[in-house]
Design a binder for this molecule. Structure first.
Ligand code: ZN
Length: 429
């Protein structure tokens, strides 16, 4: 993998690449003024009518009902739309596509999966997602380093990315190849770590290969049996705390897949950055999440997808029961006042369709403005870009989308993004 990332190039290839880089790094074009019927200030819920943004280079220079229109500025008229900060998805899998998950990671080569990941990144960006956290390549190792770096260098289109490489799992754990013929030695979709020392070693290895954070499976396999959620924990609180400490030493954080107790409690005690799926949270877990400001990332879209796209009636029944249980628990979590971020778990369902997550969070009990704040402000914080993205303010990166109508009246307009700007560049109009 490392050799793949540092190829030896022929002089011709170097010349060709130099041309691409020159294009990617050409001096910023003329200032741009965006004008639309509305602009939402996400922190306050204040709606400017009309709304204008002056963009210079990669950053927002001014925001208001009227902004300066410099002489050389290009005006982009967006009509009856609402300007919003770019959407953020805190839980994606660029290296997964619809179809049997286990089989695609076994049958498809890493180079092929990397090409599909490039397409996925483009589809997500064009749907309005200007920043994402990739929660594991599921067996493609650190191939996501190449995708992130190619996006950052302007070679391919995609969101700003935080990446984890493979997730980390125990032997026989959630993502191990448990159902295959043992004699075939099918590899796990994650990196093994069975002790605190092994967690530290794997974190160092992934960091060396370019990972920007650590993804750990803390529960699994997760099942609903006779109306009871069973979520065996994988690491003790002490083991998770060792992983968090090592991540902090490297200037980064740990995020966990954790469906329920006691793994969710161990994760909160250890001080992880987010608890993803978070279907079942005890009162003590929620108290700690509030105290330490650890957001839950519910990922309703994937549960909804499995509940409605099952291969058998039995599976549909148990997936449906799980979704119903999750919705009831979510209402308790909202009432408890824990922080939320927005993540869809896109990959098993088509890339570019995941704004449905915002719609589902409103349908199941949150107010539209709270969901937008969770997505943009909490999302920016979780991805380590607080004060840089997630709001339309002077000095922030110019990541801007336009949606038809008013998202405070109908959140589903976020599923129909009509304009996308990332880093001051128009990528969809
Ligand atoms: Zn996931």
């Amino acid at each position: 993998m490392r050799n793949l990332l540092r190829p030896v190039l022929s002089p011709i290839a170097v010349l060709a690449l130099a041309t691409v880089f020159a294009r990617a790094q050409q001096p910023p074009s003329a200032p741009i003024v965006l004008h639309a019927a509305r602009l939402l200030q996400v922190d306050t819920g204040n709606l400017l009518q009309p709304g204008e943004i002056l963009v210079e280079g990669e950053r927002i220079k001014a925001v208001g009902t009227v902004v300066d229109h410099p002489q050389d500025a290009k005006l982009i008229e967006l009509g009856d739309t609402t300007l919003l900060p770019g959407l953020i998805d805190a839980h994606v899998h660029l290296f997964l596509h619809p179809g049997a998950e286990d089989l695609q990671t076994v049958e498809e080569s890493v180079p092929w999966r990397t090409i599909l990941a490039e397409q996925a990144a483009k589809a997500d960006l064009l749907a309005g997602f200007t920043a994402e956290r990739d929660m594991g390549t599921e067996g493609a190792g650190s191939a996501d380093t190449a995708v992130r770096d190619a996006i950052n260098q302007g070679l391919i289109l995609g969101p700003r990315l935080r990446i984890s490489g493979n997730a980390i799992d125990i032997l026989g754990g959630h993502e191990d190849a448990n159902r295959f013929n043992p004699a075939q030695h099918v590899l796990s979709n994650a990196d093994y770590a069975n002790t605190a020392d092994q967690l530290i070693q794997v974190i160092r290895e992934q960091h060396k290969e370019g990972a920007s954070f650590v993804k750990i499976y803390e529960t699994g396999p997760d099942r609903m049996i006779d109306g009871v959620l069973r979520t065996p924990y994988q690491y003790t609180e002490a083991q998770l705390a060792a992983a968090v400490e090592e991540a902090h030493r490297l200037g980064t954080v740990v995020a966990v897949h954790a469906m329920g107790e006691p793994g969710t409690l161990y994760a909160a005690q250890a001080g992880v950055a987010s608890i993803d799926h978070a279907t079942q949270l005890s009162d003590e877990t929620m108290r700690l999440m509030k105290e330490k400001h650890i957001p839950a990332v519910p990922t309703f879209t994937i549960f909804d997808y499995f509940a409605h796209n099952s291969t058998s009636a039995t599976e549909a029944g148990s997936e449906g029961a799980l979704l119903d249980y999750k919705i009831a628990e979510f209402k308790k979590q909202i009432a408890a006042g824990i922080p939320f971020a927005v993540g869809s778990d896109v990959g098993p369902f088509p890339h570019g369709t995941q704004a449905r997550e915002l719609t589902l969070m409103v349908r199941y009990g949150m107010k539209p403005l709270s969901v937008l704040q969770a997505d943009m402000i909490e999302g920016a914080r979780l991805l380590g870009w607080a004060g840089q993205i997630g709001e339309l303010k002077p000095g922030y990166y110019a990541d801007v989308v336009a949606v038809p109508g008013n998202p405070l009246d109908d959140i589903s307009v976020c599923e129909r993004v009509s304009f996308v700007m990332k880093n001051g560049e128009v990528v969809r109009q």
